[in-house]
Design a protein around this ligand. Structure first.
Ligand code: GDP
Ligand code: MG
Length: 253
């Protein structure tokens, strides 16, 4: 992987403007609620693409399965082939949004798919495993790859997974938090895909972040504004109310 990444990329470019990593942040500002058993959500207002990246075995597939299906694939490691897409429906601010979560494998053989994978994603979840220092050290490579394939202002949430393996911890909470802060990431969570700890919380925060971004574009009215928005955010389904056409009134006497 190292060979594939140009070293001259400035990681700091990923820094988010006006967004800081706050302790005790109000993580559910817009009252997001994960819809666990959706009957029919063919109707949703906004669709966001989220990618999950990080080194092999850190738990990317397990996190995605725990979030969307409430299952844990214990000791059943099977490399994800290529990529898989999972849907998570969330009710937020009385609207339904769809998080389309793209899970990939970290194997070299599939790297040709990579630019397709990153394309028009709204947010990246970068995962390491708290019981494996090497996966933490790999983070810079993932950040560089994200920067190479995505827009410079990509939103990133950092996740230290396998929180249940506390006795084997090799990366402290403070190290993880500092790494997220230094790189300007939006947030940092430690999770366990095994016990489910913090998994929903993390996706609720992600929903709030993306929804807030959506609200920033709500004021779009003119065709020119809409065109600019589509070019920059092709993955967001923006619903524009059509203005009622003025019908010529038939004058009658
Ligand atoms: P990926 O390569 O990043 O997709 O990793 P997987 O999701 O396939 O998980 C790799 C291995 O780690 C599997 O054996 C999982 O059972 C295990 N695993 C994943 N998440 C956790 C976790 O939170 N806690 C523990 N104890 N094991 C986990
Ligand atoms: Mg996987």
């Amino acid at each position: 992987m190292k060979n594939q990444i140009k070293e001259n990329i400035d990681v700091k470019n990923l820094a988010q403007k006006n967004i800081s990593l706050k302790e005790n942040d109000n993580y559910n500002k817009y009252n997001a609620e994960i819809l666990n058993y959706p009957d029919d959500f063919s109707e949703y207002e906004i669709n966001f693409k989220i990618i999950v990246i990080g080194s092999k075995f850190v738990g990317k597939t397990c996190i995605t399965n725990q979030a969307t299906k409430h299952i844990f694939l214990d000791n059943a490691y099977e490399p994800t082939i290529g990529m898989e897409i999972y849907n998570l429906f969330v009710k937020i601010d009385n609207k339904i949004i769809k998080l389309q979560i793209w899970d990939t494998c970290g194997q070299e053989i599939y790297r040709s798919l990579i630019s397709n994978y990153y394309r028009s994603s709204s947010l990246a979840i970068i995962v390491y495993s708290i019981d494996n220092k090497e996966t933490f050290q790999d983070l810079d490579l993932w950040i560089k790859e994200l920067k190479l394939n995505n827009s410079p202002d990509s939103k990133v949430v950092l996740v230290g997974n396998k929180l249940d393996l506390e006795e084997n911890r090799q990366v402290s909470y403070e190290e993880g938090k500092k790494h997220a802060k230094d790189n300007g990431f939006i947030d940092f969570f430690e999770t366990s895909a095994k016990t489910g700890e913090n998994i929903s919380k993390m996706f609720i925060k992600v929903s709030n972040i993306l929804y807030e971004e959506h609200l920033r574009f709500k004021g779009i009215e003119t065709d020119e504004q809409f065109k600019t928005f589509r070019e920059n955010k092709p993955n967001i389904k923006l619903i524009r109310k059509k203005k009622k056409e003025k019908k010529d009134k038939i004058k009658c006497c």
